[in-house]
Ligand binder design. Structure first.
Ligand SMILES: [Zn+2]
Ligand SMILES: [Zn+2]
Length: 270
């Protein structure tokens, strides 16, 4: 049986565990396949955040050594999490994520703090969260063209601070129409979408990304999924994967994608 997680972070970006700590934790948990996906250089938005080219090279070297050490016991994949507005640095696989949206020449990070996001929506979108969502999903729709990513990370990250729909109603057409247009465009490229439990482990949300409504729509489109934790610590690898798997089954999915050691994906039963 395959146990896998392909969205994790280390001390090379904003994670709390070294590559060795993360890899050893995954191995101790019985993982067969483990991918590390450090943030690409994020200095277009937040100076010092993410990996410079030099850091990325050291990150790859360290993970290549760990891969040799764990060969035959656990497959290790060396990835990167790219942002649709950021530089395109290379690794063995890339997650295409949308953390930011540009408005009137300003870059707004949607997952930094709730206060900063509220302030930005008030100033730049005159308090119209649906207009903000439409701009977010326009950026999301282009994430493949901009990054050449292998799969889509946390598709609806803009809902991080929207637990209980406190800012906007995620069931309204004004929200869903731009979201589904972006989803369709990315699904037409054949990209899997991850179910991401990162906001659960960090206590921001009670449901993973994407929302149940969006997952059902993805299934109806014939879309594919992965299940990833977006772990920033060894303790949250595989966080609530059982409930993510149950959610996927309830939304109609039968299979989940996992990376293959030679490149590409394998699809295995949920
Ligand atoms: Zn991310
Ligand atoms: Zn991440």
């Amino acid at each position: 049986m395959i146990r896998a997680d392909f969205h994790t972070h280390t001390t090379y970006c904003d994670g709390a565990g070294t590559p060795r700590e993360m890899v050893e934790a995954a191995y101790q948990m019985g993982y067969t396949d483990f991918g590390v996906s450090g943030h690409a250089d994020f200095s277009f938005c937040d100076p010092g955040f993410g990996m410079s080219d030099e850091k990325l090279a050291a990150y790859k070297r360290e993970l290549e050594e760990l891969r040799e050490e764990f060969r035959g016991r656990m497959n290790i994949y060396i990835g990167i999490e790219l942002d649709g507005l950021g530089p395109v640095q290379k690794a063995e696989y890339a997650i295409g994520s949308t953390h930011c949206v540009e408005k009137d020449g300003e870059i707004v990070c949607v997952d930094d703090t709730e206060e900063k996001l509220e302030d930005a929506v008030l100033r730049l979108w005159k308090g119209d969260w649906y207009a903000f969502a439409a701009d977010y999903f326009k950026t999301e729709a282009k994430v493949y063209e901009r990054t050449g990513c292998d799969f889509v990370g946390h598709f609806d990250l803009l809902t991080k601070f929207n637990e209980g729909f406190c800012h906007f109603d995620e069931t309204k057409d004004a929200y869903l129409e731009p979201a589904l247009a972006a989803m369709k465009r990315l699904n037409d490229r054949g990209l899997p979408f991850e179910i991401n439990t990162g906001a659960l482990s960090r206590g921001y949300r009670t449901q993973p990304y994407p929302s149940r409504i969006l997952l059902k729509e993805l299934c109806a489109m014939g879309g594919r999924i992965m299940i990833n934790s977006d772990s920033h610590s060894p303790k949250t690898i595989g966080f609530q994967f059982d409930s993510a798997r149950k959610l996927a089954l309830e939304c109609g999915f039968k299979r989940v994608c996992v990376l293959a050691p030679g490149g590409g994906f394998r699809e295995v039963p949920l």
